[in-house]
Design a protein around this ligand. Structure first.
Ligand code: AKG
Ligand code: FE2
Length: 277
């Protein structure tokens, strides 16, 4: 029976690539302190309270998904968005591409009564022919514990290597049980899905998706985070949401310029007031 590789908080970054190559997923235990998760939950609570529940089989009526995380949660922006585990995983999984970047960041609340989400591969969102390489590296951060009865994400370890016509059979999916502060990393070709919530309390999570620079992002990040909003952020994060060239001749702005010029122009017009966060 396949298992989910679990790396302790003191793991070597080099262990992540090996786990993802072989299993398509891994859990990093206690990747951040619990207080980081408490801060994110507190920052997102007012926005989540105003968010409608999902509709349909995929989004789920027992789930609330709240976006604009980078501005609404400064803790997410400064502590998780470019966490070293994400960078190590993305640099490995998408090493074949000139660049990779954030694609999506949402705060997920899963409530009692939500059934199993159908097992899927996140790359299905592209509606594209099968990819011969991984193009996504995604993450579910445990803002609360992920348990068997509060809907821990179910994954099918190793399924990222399956032939296109192979589907999971009963018992092949296993729950990614993890403590608050841990993170499940998984590739875009891995079968997975949210678990059924039959317990108490909300299962809280942050879901981030990351993709190669030559694909569309799940969210229109430059519309969500325009230059006047991001100009004070770290340059690395600004580039990570798409303000940079995505390939030898891809992702230009205006007269074939690097889109980061938009940030520089904004900074000249409105000098920075902070030191980068
Ligand atoms: O909430 C979860 O555990 C998984 C969600 C998921 O896989 C998705 O929405 O694509
Ligand atoms: Fe998914």
């Amino acid at each position: 029976m396949a298992t989910i590789p679990r790396l302790g908080a003191d793991h070597e970054l080099g262990e992540i690539p090996a786990a993802l190559d072989r299993f398509g997923c891994c859990v990093i235990e206690h990747a951040v302190d619990e207080a980081v998760m408490d801060n994110i939950a507190a920052e997102m609570a007012p926005f989540a309270a105003a968010t409608a529940h999902g509709t349909g089989d995929f989004a789920g009526s027992g789930t609330r998904r709240t976006g604009l995380l980078l501005t609404r949660s400064p803790t997410f922006r400064t502590q998780l968005a470019l966490h070293r585990a994400i960078v190590a995983a993305g640099d490995h999984v998408m090493a074949h591409a000139p660049t990779w970047n954030l694609s999506f960041a949402h705060y997920f609340e899963l409530f009692n009564g939500e059934p199993n989400q159908f097992l899927h591969k996140d790359v299905w969102k592209y509606g594209a022919p099968p990819f011969s390489v991984e193009v996504d590296l995604n993450a579910l951060w445990a803002v609360t514990d992920f348990t068997e009865d509060n809907g821990a994400t179910r994954v099918v370890p190793g399924s990222h290597l399956w032939e296109e016509d192979r589907w999971p059979t009963d018992g092949e999916d296993i729950p990614a049980l993890m403590a608050k502060g841990s993170v499940l990393l998984y590739t875009g070709r891995l079968f997975h899905g949210g678990g059924a919530h039959t317990g108490d309390g909300a299962r809280l999570a942050v879901n981030t998706q990351h993709t190669v620079g030559w694909l569309n992002t799940t969210e229109r990040l430059l519309l969500e985070y325009p230059p006047e909003v991001v100009a004070d952020w770290d340059d690395e994060l600004i580039a990570f949401i798409g303000y940079r060239l995505a390939g030898p001749a891809l992702g230009h702005w205006r007269n074939a310029e690097d889109p980061f010029v938009a940030i520089e122009e904004h900074r000249l017009a409105a000098p920075r007031e902070t030191d980068g966060r």
